[in-house]
Ligand binder design. Structure first.
Ligand code: FES
Length: 110
């Protein structure tokens, strides 16, 4: 089966944009790490246990993303820069509907 790729634009806190192809089924975090995009640390390797993969999903994309679990919400609570658009990048799996999505990174992951 052919891999399905979608375009995701990762935006660093200073506005630098990285437009890359990410495979459907990968997480937002994996898409960043495999493309060497700075700003997502992913210290726990995707276990949902570190909150160093936090990203902000714009309002226009929020309804395309599955809602978060209580576990994810409580990890995000530890993040200094959390806001209403925060998600853990490792907990959001890319679907075809994400094509063209912009995700922003916080000033730091601590
Ligand atoms: Fe650790 Fe996402 S990589 S919470």
């Amino acid at each position: 089966m052919d891999l399905i790729m979608v375009k995701i634009v990762y935006v660093e806190h200073d506005g630098t944009e990285h437009s890359v192809d990410v495979e459907v089924g990968e997480s937002i975090m994996e898409g960043a790490v495999s493309n060497s995009i700075p700003g997502i640390d992913a210290d726990c390797g995707g276990g949902g246990a570190c909150a160093t993969c936090m990203v902000f999903i714009g309002d226009e994309w929020k309804d395309k993303v599955e809602s978060m679990t209580d576990e994810e919400e409580s990890m995000i609570d530890f993040h200094e820069y959390k806001d209403d658009n925060s998600r853990l990048g490792c907990q959001v799996l890319v679907t075809e509907e994400f094509n063209g999505m912009k995700v922003k990174m916080p000033p730091s992951q601590y």
